[in-house]
Design a protein around this ligand. Sequence first.
Ligand SMILES: [Zn+2]
Ligand SMILES: [Zn+2]
Length: 396
Amino acid sequence: MAPNQNGTENDATLVNRSKKEFVRDYPNANPYDTKAGEKPYKLEIVWRNVFLFLYLHIACVACVFYPVSGKVILFGFAYGFISSYGISAGAHRYWAHKCYKVTRPLYFILLFLQTIALQNCVIEWVRDHRVHHKYSDTNADPHNASRGFFFSHMGWLMCKKHPDVFKYGKRIDMTDLTSDPILRFQKKYYVPLVLFCTFALPITISMYFFNTPFWYAYHWHILRYVVSLHITWSINSVSHIWGSKPFEKDIKPTDTYAIGFMAFGEGWHNYHHVYPFDYKVSELPRYWCNFTIPFIDFFAWLGWAYDLKTVSDDMIRRRVLRTGDGSHRHSKEAAKQKTQNELIEEENNNINEEEEERLKQNVARIRDHYWGWGDSDMLEEDINDIRTVNPKTCAE
Ligand SMILES: [Zn+2]
Ligand SMILES: [Zn+2]
């Protein structure tokens, strides 16, 4: 497929057409870099949200004056713990990335847990997350980590979204969720639903089952909520700044044990941005550093979760050797066996026309990552390489 310098007009047309296919309209990373015809970006602060977050953090400090019993602490911890599954297993792996399918009972469990987590309704959460994956760390990414730690952590929630988030967000298919009447119901009645599920319910339980006065229970559950927010936000900030990049070194997302453990397995973020459709969000099968895997595996055993997508070790190995930073065991093993030059030589020998075309497509794909299973940009070879755990032919 290499261009022929002395070729005919037809050859030239073909080459031009193939070049055009790989030219993508891609957002900038710096918010103040504007393209021709675009208005300069102006940061607009949403003061209502600034005061809201300020109030929530002051209320956390006020917990010192409202101590609660060990039982209430344990109850709040358990409530926060299960709400995390609403985000990791629900909004993230099930709704945003379509890593697996669920039966109706599990659908409603996940929806309840996602609501008590109070991180926006499923439709909004998923729209932000899919565009984050597709245009990671650019202006189209709602929490663009190229704008620094604070912005990607919580600053993005205190200012108006960059126009590119809307422009490129329109290209993300959301019809699977916007056509769901239950999710539309959750969006419409989100405020009363979260006020009841996130605060009224646990505060009432704390008052009537553990004899805790209202203001004591109120402050404790605010603290529980704010801690869970910071853990989720760390995935957008810490996991886009510090850590290793065993699977793809040219992107910002990283792998870290600390976030992997605290965020229920969501800290294997370099892996996750490369394989967003893997229900494990990691290649590590260990449950202790990925609490969401046993949760999904348990429901798969029960028959309530099925068609769990995961990635073969061979697929991982090929990717690690091609784009990893060398920190993965496959990279280290390969480095031991051969020098880098030998590897390149071997790779060059294997290249043929078909392979060249495939690599070209991969280069384009590295810029436009998948948002998950069902992304129309997914390559045939990736679809064919996916392994399905607990497959079922039954309808959802
Ligand atoms: Zn990310
Ligand atoms: Zn994700």
